[in-house]
Write a protein that binds this ligand. Structure first.
Ligand code: TGC
Ligand code: FAD
Length: 392
């Protein structure tokens, strides 16, 4: 892959709206991505392997639990800093951002929000340093968009719970030390359980042959009569709202992350268009390529404004699920469209691993599907504005 010459677009001077702390956090993440992700990520994507050596660096830039209080090992930052970190990481690769999203919003968040003080103290500091890695098991082979139909279940056996079932498409599962698993009790009520690697009957086979998020490890979670200690149940919240609450936080991070992927594609296409000469002039001087580039920067700027305002609402505790859905849906679609257009600007070179665009494009095919598909987020907006749920 070519040297990383990324220059972040900021067409509406949005940096003026950021605090000194936001800029410090953002720039540290930006530099880390340039130094530690860009030089290696193409190779890992090509060989379909997660680069485990980056975990320490992710922890150091505050990507594991950015908004978890410092007393539990988190970075104690606000929601805009969290978003900016996700943006910068996804500028490098969506799969790396996935690892950070899962660790922060889908593992640390539920332990912090629904866990006991003992669970917080036991797991959060180690998750913040990357000494422990986690994954989140909600989706099942027969229940993706409709997680409420899950069949994974646990029975009360007196001194422990007995867990059975299977989860599919689980980011980080092949190497995770712990899994936050959502399962139904004997009354059919959904609860979260902390399942640890090494528990008898628990296995995590890897899913191979992905054309997307190749530098991220994805797998299954299989529970065959797994004895889970009773103290591993998350007592703070139950029902489908508990996992959906975690998704709010992760989807918010994705709304920012997608901007990073789009910025990288735009910046690469702009540089290439200025340098590539055809018919005796740079292709950037042609109206057709200018249309593509002008529309890209317009859409990126709109997405930045959406994410920033959502961050303010989140900081105030006022962001609704439907607002988060709108931003996730809009920004991921914006990014995937930009990736497709940017690839064309590069002509044949756009399909090679010399440039990051095709990798972003393929990664975004997962991003537009996970954490609620593009369709599901539209239906969440539809239900919110009309008062009529059209899912069922
Ligand atoms: P519905 O009847 O709407 O709601 C059930 C209960 O949940 C409450 N609720 C929420 N609570 C907190 N936060 C939210 N965001 C909530 N949304 C709903 C709701 O009030 C209700 O509570 P109660 O007390 O009345 O029971 O549920 P539904 O079954 O109709 O489903 C709604 C729907 C379709 C929107 C939901 O199921 C959904 O979002 N489906 C998409 C599934 C999804 O996003 N899966 C993601 C899996 S994790 C993942 O992809 C990780 S990728 C990570 C990475 O690598 O980055
Ligand atoms: P389905 O739900 O079967 O949907 C298939 C199609 O039908 C979609 O186009 C969908 O929009 C559409 N559809 C569904 N319902 C409706 C409806 N009511 N009206 C109209 N259209 C509808 N899950 C986890 O729990 N943890 C993870 O860490 C995780 N990581 C993932 C990583 C990757 C790389 C991928 C690809 C997925 C991951 N997922 C994870 C799962 C992801 O959340 C699901 O794939 C997603 O929620 C969609 O579920 P599904 O794939 O079963 O598709």
């Amino acid at each position: 892959m070519r040297p990383d010459l990324f220059e972040a677009p900021d067409y509406y001077n949005l940096d003026d709206l950021l605090s000194e702390e936001h800029l410090l956090v953002r720039d540290a993440a930006r530099q880390w991505v340039k130094r530690d992700i860009s030089p290696i990520i193409e190779e890992y994507a090509q060989k379909a392997e997660f680069p485990t050596q980056i975990l320490k660096g992710l922890a150091e830039i505050g990507a594991f639990g950015p908004y978890i209080p410092e007393e539990y090992g988190g970075a104690g930052l606000d929601q805009i800093s969290y978003g900016l970190i996700m943006q910068e990481i996804e500028r490098g690769d969506s799969g790396v951002r996935s690892t950070a999203s899962v660790q922060s919003s889908l593992v640390m968040y539920p332990i912090y929000t629904y866990g006991t003080e003992e669970q917080r103290k036991k797991y959060l500091p180690k998750l913040a340093t990357g000494e422990l890695m986690g994954c989140f098991g909600l989706t099942e082979p027969d229940h993706g968009s409709n997680p409420g139909g899950m069949t994974t279940n646990f029975k009360d056996k007196g001194d422990h719970y007995l867990l059975n079932g299977a989860k599919l498409w689980i980011s980080n599962s092949p190497f995770a030390d712990i899994a936050i698993v959502w399962a139904k009790n004997e009354e059919g009520r959904i609860h979260g359980l902390i399942v640890e690697r090494g528990m008898e009957g628990f296995s995590t086979p890897e899913t191979h042959n992905k054309w997307s998020l190749r530098a991220s490890a994805t797998g299954e979670l299989i529970f065959d009569n797994v004895k889970v200690p009773k103290e591993n149940l998350l007592p703070g919240k139950n029902g489908l709202g508990a996992p959906l609450g975690c998704l709010d936080s992760a989807r918010y991070g994705i709304a920012w992350g997608a901007i990073g992927a789009a910025m990288d594609c735009y910046d690469t296409a702009l540089r290439y268009a200025k340098e590539r000469v055809q018919f005796g002039k740079p292709i950037a001087a042609t109206q057709l390529q200018q249309k593509k580039l002008a529309e890209m920067i317009t859409e990126i700027t709109k997405a930045q404004l959406l994410a920033f305002r959502l961050g303010q609402l989140k900081n105030e505790g006022r962001a609704t699920t439907a607002q988060i859905s709108m931003a996730k849906r809009n920004n991921v679609e914006m990014a995937i469209k930009i990736a497709r257009e940017a690839r064309q600007v590069l002509g044949g070179m756009g399909i090679t691993g010399e440039y990051s665009i095709m990798r972003h494009m393929m990664n975004l095919e997962s991003v537009i599907t996970y954490e609620g598909t593009h369709d599901i987020h539209l239906l969440i907006t539809g239900a919110d504005i009309t008062g009529h749920q059209a899912f069922k």
